[in-house]
Design a protein around this ligand. Structure first.
Ligand SMILES: Cc1cc2nc3c(=O)[nH]c(=O)nc-3n(C[C@H](O)[C@H](O)[C@H](O)COP(=O)(O)OP(=O)(O)OC[C@H]3O[C@@H](n4cnc5c(N)ncnc54)[C@H](O)[C@@H]3O)c2cc1C
Length: 399
């Protein structure tokens, strides 16, 4: 990197740092612990608006839509946000990543003009891909969309839709041609969550929170203008959405591991226990920490390389997602182990945190979530094997 580029980046870091000092709400962990749903939504929208005003909300979007930061700048931004323990954008996560990348890659001009500015104003999205009989085997989805004049009429059930209880819009996959081979009969819709016939039911999780929902669809009318791409092209477009889930979103998460997660782990190991000893005095603990630090550094390098690559390979996003989610599991497992029985008493989570709630036990439970959405680890391994390493394809059901 040239000296002037270095200087530019240093200046940018100073700017972000000063902004963080002035704007990161220092008490958010306290106020968001045990907060109501309404308080969570209000806080997340407020925080998003603050970041947007500063130009920090959607750094990965193209410049004409309010983004345009280089990868190096995005890394700096996320490093500083993590170092200042800023809350994560949990509520608009699907809006700014999945919805935006889909609209930018495959949406019509009208759809982009309608929704991208609205997302910046706080419009919230969820993703309705999974169904009771279609998770990893997404092509098996059975929700139907029947053409009726200028509309489609949708019937079926979606499952595990993150944040659907707060969403204004949904990225919806439905079958438009039941006769076509599985992947060829699916279309991609933008569904208004306030449409009559949409029934959202939150699901309670092992941690006590309700992060995702079932969505029941009963004769929901969606205008043809809300279809993304052409009829029966939905499978290809859905790959774009999933690519965003596996790749771009990882940059911030990786930086948070390096600047929030790992130093916390070191702090935890340096704490004195009641018997006066510290975990850090144990050579095996130091060894484990050293391994994890190398892995976190490797992940951050991998993410920055992936995001900075104009033409990533078909399996690259899967490599990043697989590595991140399994490393997160190893780290939080180690944290929960070191926190011991005392860690079991700290089981309340600030709603605006992601995995980094401050409770190693809850974070370990939550870490398992990351190995499932966007394709489970087993599915990522298959993609890496087949598309990355060129291994023979595994037997498929009817496609
Ligand atoms: C926190 C979280 C958030 C989510 N958010 C959303 C969301 O917003 N929107 C949405 O649509 N969905 C969401 N999901 C759903 C998620 O995408 C699915 O759970 C996922 O695709 C797995 O599908 P499944 O649960 O049906 O498991 P299954 O597909 O039944 O898999 C069960 C097990 O079998 C393995 N398996 C299945 N097929 C194969 C194979 N061919 N080879 C090897 N192993 C295989 C899987 O890896 C897994 O271990 C979310 C899930 C979680 C946990």
């Amino acid at each position: 990197m040239s000296i002037s580029k270095d200087l530019e980046l240093d200046n940018f870091r100073t700017q972000v740092r000063e902004w963080c000092r002035a704007h990161v709400p220092v008490d958010w962990r306290t106020t968001q612990t045990g907060a109501s749903d309404a308080a969570f939504v209000q806080f997340q929208k407020g925080w998003f608006a603050e970041l947007h005003t500063a130009g920090f909300a959607v750094p990965h979007w193209p410049v004409e839509w309010g983004g345009g930061m280089s990868v190096a700048q995005q890394v700096v931004l996320y490093q500083e946000l993590a170092a200042h323990d800023a809350p994560r954008l949990v509520l608009p996560f699907v809006s700014i990543h999945h919805a935006a990348s889909t609209l930018l890659a495959a949406g019509s001009e009208e759809q982009r003009n309608r929704h991208l500015p609205a997302i910046l104003e706080g419009e919230i999205w969820c993703q309705g891909f999974s169904e009771p009989g279609a998770g990893s085997d997404m092509a098996a989805l059975s929700t139907t969309a029947r053409k009726d004049g200028d509309n489609y009429v949708v019937n079926g059930q979606k499952l595990w839709a993150s944040g659907a209880m707060h969403a204004d819009w949904c990225l919806l996959l439905a079958r438009t041609d039941p006769e076509a081979p599985q992947r060829r009969g699916i279309s991609y819709f933008l569904m208004d969550m306030r449409s009559p016939g949409v029934d959202v039911r939150p699901i309670r999780q092992a941690t006590g929170e309700s992060h995702f929902c079932e969505i029941f669809l009963n004769d929901v009318v969606i205008p043809t203008s809300a279809m993304v791409g052409k009829e029966n092209e939905g499978w290809r477009i859905a790959q774009e959405t999933l690519g965003a889930e596996r790749g771009m979103t990882m940059l911030e998460l990786a930086e948070r591991l390096g600047h929030g997660g790992f130093p916390w782990l070191v702090e935890l190991c340096a704490e004195r226990r009641v018997d006066g000893t510290r975990p850090l005095d144990d050579a095996a603990v130091v060894d484990r920490l050293a391994t994890l630090e190398i892995e976190v550094t490797g992940l951050r390098a991998l993410c920055a390389e992936f995001v900075g690559n104009d033409s990533p390979g078909q399996a690259d996003a899967s490599i990043v997602k697989l590595y991140y989610s399994e490393l997160l599991q190893r780290m939080t497992d180690f944290g929960a182990d070191i926190a011991g029985l005392g860690g079991q008493t700290k089981l309340r989570k600030p709603l605006s945190s992601g995995w980094e709630s401050g409770s190693w036990v809850l974070d370990f439970i939550g870490s398992w979530e990351w190995t499932i959405p966007g394709g489970t680890s087993e599915i990522q391994r298959t993609i890496i094997g087949e598309r990355g390493l060129g291994l023979p394809y595994e037997p498929r059901s009817s496609r």
